[in-house]
Design a protein around this ligand. Structure first.
Ligand code: NAP
Length: 306
């Protein structure tokens, strides 16, 4: 079996940047991704805050990052990493699909998955009116009435996209103020087909025939409930990391993120973490690519010192 210099777990912006930096430093690299390269950014309709490229679709930007990594002869594979065994100088990486790989250093850039609201029938209504991705599923509800849950940049972006194609969009958020950026808020609030429902919790998903027909919301202060007839609810309430399986190789913060230092290095030699899965306060495309560079260059330094 080939022992790679570096295995990168996760093919989003952090992982792709790490691959580009590591390959340009002459290291052999395997980039493992479980779904599609590009990560979450591939679903962003428009990226407007990545310096130097103006406004660009997330899919195009992700494609260009992948092309750049591939042009540098990065090895790639599709697989869900389920176990990392740290044998010191060599680390073994196993996938759910039964593959096994070896490397001298590992960079975890596994991102995060969509946080659930935690409502009883939320999982079973996936594909029946509940979605976590307007770019993927919004088109099914063109001309209809839908709701978006959340108050961050993602929720605002989803609501803007849906308001272009739907008759009406409710934006349901648990606080009066939104944490997403002001420019997006202003654009959204000026739309005639958008109704802001705040501060409100979604307390029930109504689906008498198996497909979502309405959401029940409760006003946070008054406790009054109200049913909003919708064909779909797009839940956009943040991300949660999925690093539980890797707690044997690096410490996790209380909320499950990789507790690595400012150099993206774990206490165990040769283990690094980068991007949205790393414990930090700002999760942006720019900080993800920054992490990817830091993790890769420090992994290169580690390899050269051993
Ligand atoms: P986020 O910024 O963490 O926002 C999550 C939102 O969901 C918050 O408004 C939060 O409410 C709400 N929320 C969390 N848990 C909830 C629950 N259990 N029930 C109801 N509401 C809940 O997540 P995000 O919007 O996915 O963004 C992630 C990162 O990517 C952020 O740093 C964001 O700036 C960045 N991003 C940037 C862009 C861009 O174009 N620049 C686009 C997308 C994302 P509270 O506000 O009350 O906590």
């Amino acid at each position: 079996m080939q022992t790679y210099d570096i295995i990168i777990v996760g093919g989003g912006p952090a992982g792709l940047t790490a691959a580009i930096y590591a390959r340009r430093n002459g290291k052999s690299v395997l980039l493992l991704e479980k779904e599609g390269f590009g990560g979450q950014i591939a679903y962003a309709p428009r990226v407007e805050n990545y310096p130097g490229v103006g406004a660009v679709s997330g899919a195009e930007l992700a494609e260009r990052m992948l092309e750049q990594a591939m042009d540098l002869d990065t090895d790639t594979d599709i697989g869900t990493v389920c176990e990392i065994v740290d044998r010191g100088a060599v680390k073994t990486v196993r996938t759910e699909e039964g593959e096994e790989f070896e490397a001298r250093a590992v960079i975890l850039a596994a991102g995060a998955r969509h946080r659930r609201l935690g409502l009883p029938n939320e999982e079973e209504l996936l594909g029946h009116g509940v979605s976590y991705c307007a770019v993927c599923d919004g088109g099914f509800y063109g001309g209809g009435t839908v709701a978006v849950a959340g108050g961050g940049d993602s929720a605002l972006q989803e609501a803007l996209l849906l308001s272009d194609i739907c008759k009406k969009v409710y934006v349901i958020h648990r606080r009066d103020s939104f944490r997403g950026d002001r420019e997006k808020q202003e654009r959204l609030f000026s739309r005639d087909n958008v109704e802001i429902v705040t501060p409100a919790d979604i307390v029930a998903l109504l689906a008498p025939g198996g497909d979502l027909t309405a959401v029940r919301v409760r006003h946070v202060r008054s406790g009054q409930t109200r049913e909003l007839a919708v064909e779909a609810l797009f839940i956009s309430v943040g991300q949660v990391p999925e690093l539980g399986a890797f707690a044997n190789v690096l410490p996790l913060t209380a909320d499950g993120y990789a507790a690595v230092d400012g150099e993206c290095a774990a206490p165990a030699a040769g283990i690094f973490a980068a991007g949205d899965c790393r414990g930090k306060t700002v999760r942006q495309l720019t900080t993800a690519v920054g992490d990817g560079a830091v993790a890769a260059l420090n992994a290169c330094r580690y390899l050269e010192s051993t």
